[in-house]
Design a protein around this ligand. Structure first.
Ligand SMILES: *[C@@H]1O[C@H](CO)[C@@H](O)[C@H](O)[C@H]1NC(C)=O
Ligand SMILES: *[C@@H]1O[C@H](CO)[C@@H](O)[C@H](O)[C@H]1NC(C)=O
Length: 456
């Protein structure tokens, strides 16, 4: 408590009071009271040079992964239907992806255990069966709907995931059927379809790359993927903002079309387009995308933050809102255009993330510590700048040392255990701990689920 500011102390005491009311129930922390966005536990290790994780941290992650996955499985068994549906973001398909991740961890460390985690074939087989159980239950509830067509929220993502799980289970016929169904949806998009990475066309671009990553070749025909990419560009032109020379993906320059929203806003679309050959081979579209990114860059505050006036966004420093979600876009722009200014923007933003500390709200991917940590490791992987490895480790250690954030017997953060791996503290921790334990010595392989370059 001593390390908290007064405001934070009051808030934590308040939460503590509420959480004790829940303690009697076996459901644990409900997280119905979300702490303010701008509240952080300080990162006292921010400037300390850390070159690897200490043994206690590895042990703690190993033990907590085990505890949390049991809690997850017993609270949200495969037949469980989340009130928010069954898509990857919130529902059973997301849990299928989580258990697929565990499977992958076992397999990767089975032959050449990295000294921190030793995989077992028995556990691997079990995880894959559980993953299949989850996707079998979820898939009938993930319908093709006009407003949900992406990877995280949409049937295309759940089908792609099901295909991977079935392929690994040895049923290639069913795996191919799922892809065939997903592929047909690529022909039905128009400028009236949703655009975003979360539930729209940008998410479909991700789905195609997800399949390619697993199978090692294009599984959705290039012409179909190009159709989605060019439709997104047409939409961006339809609402092109001449004042700022930027593509907009909706009629008004309001929150949903704005920049400081890596997942829901225009930034998420730009990030996906930047990875498409269609864009790279189309000079005019590429110039428009670059001009859009240059506009984002022009709005960066001296402290590194980027936001708009939507949802009090200036205070939000989390992957789904604010600079953390834009770091990957600037890194990708640096890769594509080779201009230092993009790298500088990513670094400035990352400095702010580490300097702010760890979000009191919790360890979530979307709104919490883990989404932010992934961006710092990504910056390290792309640049090999050890400063950012240190900063990323500093956040992991700060969070692990704080039982209110990471100890399931004491946690009081928001949505500690919920059926969503994208907005729950347990989902964020399980995603990251399993990833980290498998890649302790290969940090470049760390990959944020449903966003990074990996299929697991
Ligand atoms: C880390 O260094 C920066 C820049 O010198 C400074 O502003 C900040 O207070 C330092 N953080 C800690 C925890 O000492
Ligand atoms: C274009 O961008 C400017 C600057 O943010 C904004 O004020 C304006 O409303 C936008 N125009 C449209 C048509 O969205």
């Amino acid at each position: 408590m001593k390390t908290l500011s007064n405001q934070a102390t009051i808030w934590v005491l308040f939460l503590f009071f509420f959480s004790s009311a829940f303690a009697a129930s076996s459901e644990g922390c409900k997280g119905t009271v979300q702490p303010p966005d701008a509240l952080f536990y300080p990162n006292k290790l921010e400037n300390t040079t850390i070159t690897s994780l200490p043994k206690w941290a590895i042990d703690m992650m190993t033990e907590r992964k085990e505890t949390l996955e049991k809690m997850y499985y017993s609270d949200f068994p495969p037949g469980y239907t989340s009130p928010w549906g069954s898509y990857i973001y919130f529902g059973g398909a997301g849990t299928a992806l989580l258990f697929l991740r565990f499977y992958h961890l076992e397999m990767e460390t089975l032959q050449n255990g990295n000294g921190y985690y030793q995989g077992s074939m028995e556990r691997a087989t079990n995880y894959l069966e559980i993953s299949k159980d989850y996707i079998d239950n979820a898939l009938p509830n993930t319908l093709w709907e006009d407003e949900h067509i992406g990877f995280l929220k949409g049937r295309t993502g759940s089908l792609a995931l099901a295909s991977v799980i079935y392929s690994l289970s040895g049923d290639d016929t069913t795996a191919k059927e799922y892809i065939a169904e997903a592929a047909t949806h690529y022909d039905s998009v128009s400028v009236d379809s949703p655009f975003d990475l979360d539930s729209g066309m940008a998410g479909m671009l991700y789905t195609a790359r997800y399949l390619k990553k697993f199978y090692g070749k294009d599984m959705i025909e290039q012409s179909r993927v190009d159709n989605v990419a060019s439709t997104l560009y047409q939409l961006g032109l339809k609402y092109y903002n001449t004042t700022i020379k930027a593509l907009q993906f909706g009629p008004a320059f309001n929150g949903m079309h704005r920049i400081g929203e890596g997942l829901f806003g225009s930034g998420g679309v730009i990030y996906q387009l930047l990875q498409e050959d269609w864009l790279l081979n189309n000079p005019q579209a590429l110039a428009d995308v670059k001009s859009t990114i240059d506009y984002y860059l022009s709005t960066q505050k001296p402290d590194g933050q980027i936001y708009d006036d939507f949802h009090d966004a200036g205070k939000r420093i989390q992957w789904c809102h604010g600079i953390p979600g834009l770091i990957p876009i600037f890194l990708k722009a640096y890769e594509v255009f080779g201009e230092e200014k993009y790298l500088d923007a990513a670094k400035l933003g990352s400095d702010l993330v580490a300097q702010k500390g760890v979000l009191v709200k919790g360890m979530m991917l979307c709104h919490g510590v883990i989404g932010n940590v992934y961006q710092l490791f990504d910056l390290y992987a792309k640049t090999k700048d050890e400063t950012y490895r240190s900063k990323a480790y500093s956040m992991v250690l700060t969070a692990l040392q704080n039982p209110l954030l990471t100890d399931p017997t004491k946690w009081i953060s928001y949505d500690c255990l919920a059926s969503s791996f994208f907005v729950s503290t347990a989902g964020g921790m399980l995603s990251f701990f399993s990833d980290m334990l498998a890649h302790t010595n290969e940090l470049e392989k760390l990959s944020m689920p449903a966003f990074g370059d990996q299929w697991w």
